[in-house]
Design a protein around this ligand. Structure first.
Ligand SMILES: *Cc1c(COP(=O)(O)O)cnc(C)c1O
Length: 372
């Protein structure tokens, strides 16, 4: 993807220039910093360590992390794989930032931890033993499983891990399974288990909250928060959250306008039949760009501040919008916004059968990323 590159777009000039031929994603780095400040304000005094895994959920780990480091003051970051960590270290141009790798170390990846100065998140007794044997005294985080039953060291293994010689655990973390529902009883259960289990590692900082936990109140904040989606403009909850500002905007130009007579059909499988004289706009975005096929018939886009619905199937390179009812007629070259400042990511994702997480992360490499 082009995510590692920054450009110097002219703000507002979105229908101009070479990117206007296909889809693109505008990324508002000021709004990214605003979301960081909002989360910091929700957890006063608790540092934020942005999760920039998976290219910062598709927005570009380099530009996102550089911005959060230089403009917002972030000094700790989370990725999953050491390869992501090494790319981030190079992009950050800051030797002092701490880069944690959720996946932990393996024999083959130890050299990357060395050269890129990465900090592992240990997920098992085996990883703890490997790290302590090969890097005695070197800082590491430990991921406790408090009920997610996905990754992390089971509570039953903690006494053995705590007894490993040469191990230096400076951060103990766990992950909430049900942060999308703040009132879910599992959140309180996990918190209680976390506090008890962490006693095996006295002196280490504690971290339980991602975006959801950050917005769930003080008792979830502990010593470090690991936000991802809320920084990038998505709600971590089962509902939208107006405190979170849009960061990314998915846009594409209209290529052609069709005038259909009643009875004519649109696209593959003739899935849509016009029941009235219908204007169809063909837009340069499709599932090849990560726009979900499930958006057919339900997804919408904003053109001239009005909504138009996707009709017919989503194809690899195109979607077709019913623009019949637009007050200002849509024309080739006009821009359709699939989410962004005029259509909330939460709503657009839901209409396409997605969450903000998988909608953002699924946007492919073909759409240009422009940093504003
Ligand atoms: C991805 C991830 C995060 C960030 O989660 P958001 O819900 O996007 O804020 C935090 N912690 C862990 C362990 C993760 O895997």
């Amino acid at each position: 993807m082009n995510a590692g590159q920054t450009s110097t777009p002219q703000q507002g000039a979105i229908s101009q220039g070479p990117v206007a031929k296909g889809p693109w994603i505008d990324i508002d780095l000021g709004a990214l910093c605003d979301n960081y400040a909002m989360l910091a304000g929700a957890a006063p005094g608790v540092p934020l360590a942005p999760a920039v895994k998976c290219e910062a959920y598709g927005l570009g780990a380099g530009p996102v992390a550089r911005t959060l480091c230089n403009r917002a003051g972030a000094r700790e970051f989370f990725v999953v794989y050491p390869e992501e960590g090494a790319a981030l270290r190079a992009a950050l141009n800051d030797a002092d930032s701490v880069i944690y790798c959720f996946g932990g170390p393996a024999e083959e990846t130890l050299p990357i931890f060395d050269t890129a100065k990465l900090t592992p998140v240990l997920n098992s007794l085996d990883q703890a033993a490997l790290w302590a044997a090969r890097k005695p005294g070197a800082e590491a985080a430990l991921h406790l499983d408090t009920g997610m039953n996905r990754l992390g060291a089971p509570v039953s293994s903690l006494a053995d891990i705590a007894a490993v010689n040469g191990l230096n655990i400076t951060l103990v973390m766990s992950h909430l399974a049900c942060a999308s529902e703040p009132d879910h009883p599992k959140n309180r259960e996990q918190r209680a288990r976390f506090m008890e289990a962490a006693q095996n590692f006295s002196g280490a900082r504690l971290s339980l909250a991602a975006s959801g936990g950050a917005l769930m109140g003080k008792e979830y904040h502990f010593d470090l928060i690991r936000p991802g989606i809320a920084l990038y403009g998505g709600s971590p909850f089962a509902q939208d959250d107006a405190r979170i500002k849009p960061v990314a905007a998915l846009r594409a130009p209209i290529l052609q306008i069709r005038h259909l007579a009643p009875g004519e059909t649109v696209g593959y499988d003739a899935a849509f039949t016009a029941e009235r004289p219908t204007r169809i706009a063909t837009v340069a975005i499709g599932y090849g760009d990560g726009y979900p096929r499930a958006g057919a018939g339900r997804g919408e886009a904003i053109i001239h501040n009005e909504r138009a619905r996707i009709v017919g199937k989503v194809s690899m390179d195109f979607v077709t919008l019913d623009v019949t009812d637009l007050k200002k007629p849509a024309e080739p070259g006009d821009i359709a916004e699939f989410f962004g400042p005029s259509l909330r990511l939460f709503e657009a994702a839901a209409a396409a059968g997605r969450t903000a997480y998988d909608f953002l992360t699924g946007l492919g490499g073909r759409a240009h990323r422009r940093y504003l």
